[in-house]
Design a protein around this ligand. Structure first.
Ligand code: ARG
Length: 470
């Protein structure tokens, strides 16, 4: 079935006699999702119309009428009174059409020296820039809640793992501060790409620029962009700014997912390292004893959506010749979803990190199993007896086997038993076999000693103040 060419997208169908096929209308429309950019579209139009007036391209009276009309539309959208139409294809045409209803033919002057190509590039850039600012704030909040837990638990001891096997005892605070480093780098990646993307495409027009005497520097300034983009073809045809956001978001989700996975493990009765309150857990419909870390599982599970958005947009863009092609309309839906997903997951993780109660004695007990101080023993043999480390490693291995045979821990072996393996060993060895001794002794830069961890927490607190002040 075909529509009437004078209706709907008739605003731009002067040369057509007939309307769109229904399926054509459906595949062509983006209003279902790009309505999220209404505020940014209006902001871009207000800057454009102000500049057109300052440059004497349109009259003051027309500019005022357009500005007032746009303000009415802004209010209609805010209150939910605005009627979106699929026939009008996208948010840009919906707003322009409503402006025509409100102020008549003068509305048509708004599109002077502008195309939907630079218009959509501007709206979407503004939207992604807003997303950057929210995301960066959330990451700093997460860093703050991780650092707060780390500060309280610099001296809480847990097993550190490699290959998911107990490796060496570490400070729980140190473990959390590892995530602070990761999220700190994520924050840096978002800030770097925000700076790179903060240039204005507006005024590139369809692709080649315009013959009107516009002032692109002025619209850039009004929109808070650092400068106009230098090449009109590039301005309307790249979406690298969204790809960069999605790339940083994907990495951030990977970090969130790893932390989420640890929460799931730590919450299991087999580990029993942490507790989450009722506010952050769910029950089972059949097994009354259960307390499930669903939020952590969902953070882990939602990671795929964000990674998918990145691969999706890279794929949309990969073979597009310059400049605009309608394929690029596919940039928004998944980007919006990825931004919302990342923000939700960051909020969930901030909540869980504030809520989490480490079970200090359970962690400490686990840290004392599985000969976690074997490396300390090998280090002692090397340092105190002057053995090459490889030989010390071998002798320690024999002592571990002996302890296993006796079903004891290393520090429960007698000096005599140790001396049967190597007669040079003295009673001094027992000073390094304790779990606390082991953790305290690792004072090297970046190491796990509680003293170092406390310093790192302090360092990050002042770094947070500096980042927030920017
Ligand atoms: N809705 C379109 C988009 O999201 C707007 C740009 C349309 N431009 C065009 N020349 N058809 O990309």
């Amino acid at each position: 079935m075909q529509g009437d060419a004078s209706k709907g997208s008739g605003l731009i169908r002067g040369r057509f006699d007939e309307g769109l096929d229904e399926v054509m209308e459906q595949i062509n429309a983006s209003i279902g999702f790009d309505r999220k950019m209404a505020a940014q579209d209006i902001k871009g139009s207000l800057a454009h119309v102000a500049m057109l007036c300052e440059q004497d391209i349109i009259s003051q009276a027309d500019a005022t009428a357009i500005k007032d009309g746009l303000e009415v539309i802004r209010a209609e959208i805010a209150t939910g009174a605005f009627a979106y139409s699929v026939e009008l294809e996208d948010i840009h045409m919906n707003i322009e059409s409503r402006l025509r209803e409100l102020i008549g033919a003068t509305a048509g002057r708004l599109h002077t020296a502008r195309s939907r190509n630079d218009q959509v590039a501007t709206s979407f850039r503004l939207w992604v820039r807003d997303a950057h600012d929210r995301t960066s704030q959330l990451i700093l909040q997460l860093v703050e809640s991780l650092a707060a837990q780390a500060g309280q638990h610099a001296e809480t001891i847990m097993p550190g793992f490699t290959h998911m096997q107990s490796a060496q005892p570490i400070s729980f605070g140190h473990h959390l501060m590892a995530y602070v480093e990761m999220f700190g780098r994520d924050h840096g990646r978002f800030r770097d790409s925000r700076e790179r993307m903060n240039e204005s495409p507006l005024g590139a027009a369809a692709l080649a620029g315009t013959s009107f005497p516009i002032d692109r520097g002025r619209t850039a300034e009004l929109l808070g962009f650092a400068r106009p983009m230098r090449n009109s073809l590039d301005a309307v045809s790249d979406r690298d700014f969204a790809i960069e956001y999605l790339s940083s978001a994907s990495l951030c989700m990977t970090h969130l997912s790893r932390l989420a996975e640890e929460i799931v493990l730590w919450m299991s009765p087999q580990f029993g390292f942490i507790e989450l309150s009722d506010a952050w857990t769910t029950g089972s419909s059949i097994m009354p004893q259960k307390r499930n870390p669903d939020a952590a599982e969902l953070v882990r599970g939602k990671t795929g959506r964000v990674h998918g958005a990145l691969i999706g947009l890279l794929t949309v863009m990969k073979a597009l010749p310059l400049t605009f092609s309608k394929d690029m309309q596919e940039d928004k839906e998944t980007t919006f979803d990825a931004v919302e997903t990342l923000e939700l997951c960051l909020k969930a993780m901030i909540g869980m990190m504030g809520d989490m109660k480490p079970r200090v004695s359970e962690m400490r007990a686990a840290a004392g199993t599985a000969h976690a101080t074997a490396t300390d023993l090998a280090d002692w043999l090397t340092r105190e007896l002057g053995m090459p480390f490889r030989e010390a490693h071998h002798i320690t291995g024999r002592l571990v086997r002996l302890a296993d045979e006796r079903k004891s821990s290393l520090d429960e072996l007698s000096l005599q038993e140790m001396q049967e393996v190597d007669p040079r060993i003295t009673a001094d060895v027992f000073t390094v076999l304790g779990v606390e001794d082991s953790v305290t002794s690792r004072r090297s830069v970046g190491g796990t000693s509680p003293e170092r961890v406390a310093q790192e927490v302090e360092e990050w607190r002042s770094r947070l103040d500096r980042l927030r002040a920017k």
